[in-house]
Design a protein around this ligand. Structure first.
Ligand SMILES: Cc1ncc(COP(=O)(O)O)c(C=O)c1O
Length: 408
């Protein structure tokens, strides 16, 4: 070997072939779990490593000024580990394109940056508290106009449109009251009115629901939740099919630089491989627990999209493959009972966030939704008796015993 450096650069050039389009390997479209394990990845041609390496590099050597491999000149713009994750998640959302961000909120902010001062947004009224705060306390100051609307009320939704409406932001199931918005209907109305429709799909995940197939333009995830699934990384992602929207979002990703670290991209890529398996257990456990809590004497009301008593159960059945791992309960004893329960649980951990393998429990009015003004919380029904459960993948019987022991 007279020129090992030159050889490694040559090998490097071979590395960057990503097989996003797995359909080329078969006549039949590949199913979710196969795509989850393989999409966006191929064995490293230099070493045969089955996992995409962590390309922990900020920059890439150029052969001649402006001549580099694919689009790899600087890792804020592109990095092979990130490309593999972006292609993988895009495949799971039936999207042409994926873009990864440093958090779910950063991904949300990138979508809002498609707008200009004076543009109007219809924002689902019951969104994650941080999304509410970002729209109403950061972007409203920059001249973006916002209407918070109950998107389960079609008349109210239609009435909220203005000539300047450029974006409809949907979250479904909503956080924390688990309302279900009819994505197909909401997206088709947004399209009729010339607005972009974005769906925060964090609670459902691509395993349960694919909003782009229902007419949405953009899907957003906090990958911190189910996609990461192990409560060990913060991240976000956007997926889109529309070429113009994708190019604009990619420009924002590059220009604002809110990109994830390379280690995080690797962790998310590792985690999507088990997303389907984990979601099946999350859903099965949650259904069992929701059923149990519905007849518990300390519980006033259980909200779970899989229950026939849920007001939008029919829509959930239509657009979701299963009903997810999130449950909301209202306790008969109000705040005092909620505090006692949250202090007494032993397997459920009292913590913000959701979607990890471990079960979490929290009090939205004091914790995740504290930044939502009190009058808005009251209107949405996020009261002191409301407790939110993120059901993990432990054994359901142990989780039920834990909740029974904590409820008074
Ligand atoms: C539905 C939803 N969207 C977005 C976010 C924001 O994600 P991140 O915390 O990764 O910024 C969260 C966080 O809890 C969420 O629950």
């Amino acid at each position: 070997m007279t020129d090992p450096a030159g050889l490694s650069r040559k090998r490097g050039a071979l590395l960057f072939t990503h097989h996003t389009d797995l359909s080329m390997h078969t006549d039949r479209p590949l199913k979710f779990n196969t795509r989850a394990v393989h999409a966006g990845q191929s064995p490293d041609p230099a070493t045969g490593a089955i996992m995409t390496p962590i390309y922990q590099t900020s920059t890439f050597v150029q052969k001649s000024p402006g001549v580099f491999v694919e689009d790899y000149d600087y890792s804020r713009g592109a990095n092979p580990t990130r490309t593999a994750f972006q292609d993988n998640i895009a495949s799971l959302e039936n999207a042409k394109h994926g873009l990864a961000f440093s958090s779910g909120v950063a991904a949300t902010g990138a979508v809002i940056h498609l707008l200009s001062a004076g543009d109007h947004v219809i924002l689902c009224d019951d969104v994650y508290g941080g999304t509410n705060r970002l729209y109403n306390r950061v972007f409203a100051q920059l001249g973006i106009e916002i209407s918070m609307v109950d998107l389960t009320d079609e008349a109210a939704y239609r009435a909220a449109f203005r000539d300047s409406t450029k974006l409809v932001w949907i979250e479904t199931p909503t956080n924390p009251t688990l309302k279900i918005v009819d994505i197909e209907k909401a997206a088709s109305i947004a399209r009729e009115r010339g607005a972009i429709c974005a769906v925060d799909n964090t609670f459902a995940t691509p395993y349960l629901q694919n909003p782009l197939d229902m007419g949405a333009h953009i899907v957003c995830h906090s990958t911190t939740k189910y996609i990461g699934g192990h409560s060990d990384a913060i991240g976000g992602v956007l997926c889109a099919n529309d070429e113009e929207i994708y190019q604009r979002l990619k420009f924002i990703q590059l220009s604002e630089g809110a990109v994830p670290g390379i280690q995080e991209c690797f962790l998310f890529l590792r985690s999507t491989k088990t997303l389907g398996l984990r979601m099946e257990r999350h859903c099965a456990n949650a259904a069992k627990i929701a059923d149990h809590l519905a007849s518990h004497p300390a519980v006033d009301r259980v909200v779970y999209p899989g229950m026939a008593s849920h007001p939008q159960h029919a829509i959930a059945k239509k657009q979701m493959r299963d009903f997810g791992g999130m449950i909301t309960i209202f306790l008969k004893g109000g705040l005092a009972a909620a505090k006692t329960m949250l202090e007494r649980v032993e397997i459920f951990a009292l913590a913000e966030s959701l979607g990890g393998v471990e079960s979490l429990i929290e009090h939205p009015a004091i914790m995740t939704h504290a930044s939502v003004p009190a009058d808005q919380r009251a209107k949405l029904g996020i009261d002191d008796a409301l407790v939110r459960l993120s059901v993990g993948i432990e054994d359901a019987d142990d989780l039920i015993a834990d909740l029974d022991g904590a409820l008074v």
